[in-house]
Ligand binder design. Structure first.
Ligand SMILES: Nc1ncnc2c1ncn2[C@@H]1O[C@H](COP(=O)(O)OP(=O)(O)OP(=O)(O)O)[C@@H](O)[C@H]1O
Ligand code: SF4
Ligand SMILES: [Mg+2]
Length: 363
């Protein structure tokens, strides 16, 4: 295990491309994806359905379907490129140093073992302690994730718990191996809104408490606002914007990000925070488009946008976008931003949340 400082990335993905064998032949469904997650940081990945969020996450865990493959790129985690590891080496990382929490907890909790058995096994896989000690730790973990009667839950099976409780048990199980990174792909979207908020709040707290990094994949831009430190916005198999959460909301640099923000319901009609539709749909054959992939839906399109492939370039110290017009400073909505101020606001928000959390845990 390799210790990382706060400014060191826990995960560093460079030039990732993913291809799939389809009836139309091999298609590159994700390309040119580079991003980093630092220690203790929550990186949100947002974008409409089909933009490539899940295949990105699955590729890191070596879990792409057989028709898919990483055709290019590197993913550095604790000193190793995940894409070069053998299945056996990856097994030592997956579910241990990198844990994944899924939408349906039933897929990751084993139905024939008690919750206690599964957590104890996770704890003993990396700590040389007795079963009794591990059971005690398992009860503490269950209590930490908000189980009112942890000793009882230890002896229960997954099907005996409610959806929200199962999700909590799955998080406890993920924590048992003390992961450096948790990947949560739409992890709570099947739960009702109140439980969703509680689970997300819990995840945020655990990340602060344990300096754990989180890759948070969601459609819900409201969730991104509350949870994420940094954000990548994906569209049609490409990252189109990479920035911090304050800059994203105050000074989006890409027309797609701007369109996404316009779909967020106001606080008054806050019942459903799922994205409302942006006019038009993500083109299905996006890998065949030679110019900007958003051109068909973009309010700012010009002929030159369709002429060549768009590349990610920095607008300033805190924004990178894939849009020639933003890069040429031709879009009136893209205003300059104080990157330093966002950095300070981010650090302050984190400090305040940490102080609040330690106060709460003390009482
Ligand atoms: N097994 C597969 N075979 C072929 N194409 C696939 C396969 N799985 C995903 N894709 C394609 O890869 C692209 C990205 O899919 P992905 O599941 O990553 O999207 P997503 O952003 O996670 O969407 P959602 O928000 O709906 O979960 C889509 O075009 C999708 O159709
Ligand atoms: S390159 Fe052109 S079409 Fe694409 S997002 Fe920018 S302005 Fe819109
Ligand atoms: Mg998905």
């Amino acid at each position: 295990m390799m210790a990382t400082g706060h400014n060191e990335p826990v995960l560093s993905v460079r030039d990732l491309a993913i291809s799939f064998k389809t009836e139309q032949g091999e298609r590159i469904l994700l390309r040119d994806a580079s991003f980093e997650v630092k220690r203790g940081e929550v990186l949100g990945i947002v974008g409409e359905s089909g933009s490539g969020k899940s295949i990105t996450a699955l590729s890191l865990m070596g879990l792409l379907p057989v028709s898919g493959r990483v055709s290019h790129g590197e993913a550095w985690f604790e000193g190793q490129d995940l894409f070069t590891l053998s299945p056996r080496q990856l097994d030592r990382i997956r579910g241990k140093r990198i844990a994944m929490i899924f939408q349906d907890a039933l897929t990751s909790l084993n139905p024939v073992f008690t919750i206690g058995n599964q957590i104890v096994e996770g704890i003993r896989a990396h700590q040389d302690i007795s079963k009794a000690q591990a059971t005690q730790q398992a009860a503490q973990l269950l209590s930490r994730v908000g189980m009112a009667d942890p000793d009882n839950v230890l002896g229960q099976y997954a099907h005996m718990l409610s959806g929200g409780m199962r999700q909590r048990a799955m998080i406890a199980m993920a924590l048992a191996s003390e992961p450096a990174l948790i990947i949560a792909d739409e992890a709570t979207s099947s739960l009702d809104v109140t439980i969703q908020a509680q689970i997300m709040h819990l995840l945020r707290e655990l990340s602060l408490e344990r300096d754990m990094s989180v890759l948070l994949i969601t459609h819900d831009i409201g969730l991104i606002a509350q949870m994420a430190d940094k954000v990548i916005v994906m569209y049609a198999g490409e990252i189109v914007e990479n920035t911090d959460v304050f800059t994203l909301f105050e000074a989006p640099g890409h027309p797609y990000t701007r369109a996404l923000l316009e779909t967020v319901p106001s606080i008054e009609d806050d019942k459903d925070r799922e994205l409302q539709a942006i006019p038009g749909v993500v083109p299905e054959d996006y890998d065949a488009i030679s110019g900007c992939r958003f051109a068909g839906r973009c309010a700012y399109v010009e002929p030159k946008c369709r002429e060549s492939r768009q590349i990610m370039l920095p607008l300033d110290k805190c924004r990178q976008v894939r849009c020639i017009r933003a890069q040429n400073n031709e879009l009136e909505f893209v205003h300059s931003t104080q990157c330093e101020a966002s950095k300070i606001a981010l650090a302050r928000r984190k400090q305040e949340a940490k102080a609040k959390l330690s106060e709460r845990l003390r009482t």
